[in-house]
Write a protein that binds this ligand. Structure first.
Ligand code: CAA
Length: 260
């Protein structure tokens, strides 16, 4: 698929996907969503991709939400299809068996915040702004915000943002656990890619099992969740990387992981 609305590159195990409609503050229309979905599918299939980084083009925005001009006149059934397509794509990101990092360079509002929430880790520029302002245009979040936000920052804080529609800065987002790190704008990509490259060198199967256990265990009763964890942990013993990791530790040398 040719991409008109995103930029997509792969370098040294790290795929970087840049939302690229800066004139509309990278707002997500259906075409951009379809390209995002295609690129994430590619990341799933391509063994050369170990980690995916999402960011926004331009100085101002990560993604300023779903495209309001496209949504304005939708009938309920069309709105359902638009929201479902977004939800499916964000679920693809969340369940990608590889780490996904959001490098939030500016506005992450509405659907943009929801894309960041579907990622495993969020790094933010000091200029980043987060919010679920859907209520201000007679809507509620439709790409998982009502569900993922409370899971990440807690019910009360999530309701404050979703019901009140206010924007918060990167400092506040960090205080409430919405972002993992705040970085000066000029260091955001450099530091994100440094971390991504570090993850790209980790044993891939163990990364996959770690993400799987956290994601799928989260909503289970503790007994079942711990059972899931033990099985994921045991499966790591089927890999050469586990043998190499432990051997290298005992021989006091750096492991040479092969992703097998
Ligand atoms: N959809 C469509 N176009 C958008 C957009 C969006 N979500 N956000 C910004 N734009 C467009 C503006 O219409 C404007 O276009 P023109 O130059 O053609 O007029 C351009 O981007 C620049 O935006 P502004 O002039 O508004 O820039 P600003 O600096 O004054 O304000 C902003 C920036 C605070 C982010 C403001 O643009 C804004 O509030 N955007 C909308 C945010 C929003 O409500 N997002 C939620 C959408 S609903 C949703 O996402 C549903 C869901 O859960 C899936």
């Amino acid at each position: 698929m040719a991409y008109d609305n995103i930029l997509f590159t792969v370098d040294g195990g790290v795929a970087t996907l840049t939302f690229n409609r800066p004139k509309a503050l990278n707002a997500m229309n259906s075409a951009t969503m379809a390209e995002l979905s295609d690129a994430v599918s590619h990341c799933r299939k391509d063994d050369a991709v170990k980690v995916l980084v999402l960011t926004g083009a331009g100085e101002k925005a990560f993604v300023a939400g779903a495209d309001i001009s496209q949504m304005q006149d939708l009938r309920p059934q069309e709105a359902l299809a638009f929201m479902e397509a977004g939800q499916e794509t964000l679920r693809q990101i969340e369940t990608l068996p590889k780490p996904v990092i959001a490098a939030v360079n500016g506005y992450a509002l509405g659907g943009g915040a929801e894309i960041a929430l579907a990622c495993d880790i969020r790094f933010a520029s000091e200029k980043a702004v987060f919010g679920q302002p859907e209520i201000l245009i007679g809507l509620i979040p439709g790409w998982g915000g009502t569900q993922r936000l409370p899971r990440i920052i807690g019910m009360g804080r999530a309701k404050e943002l979703i019901l009140g529609g206010a924007q918060i800065d990167a400092k506040r987002a960090y205080e409430i656990g919405l972002v993992n790190r705040i970085l000066p704008p000029e260091q955001l990509m450099e530091e994100t890619l440094k971390f991504a490259r570090k993850l790209a060198e980790m044993p891939g199967f163990a990364l996959k099992m770690a993400k799987h256990a956290v994601n799928y265990g989260y909503d289970l009763a503790l007994d079942n969740a711990c059972r899931l964890e033990v099985e994921c942990c045991a499966q790591c013993f089927s890999t050469d990387d586990q043998k190499e990791g432990m051997k290298a530790f005992l021989e006091k040398r750096k492991p040479a992981f092969k992703g097998k």
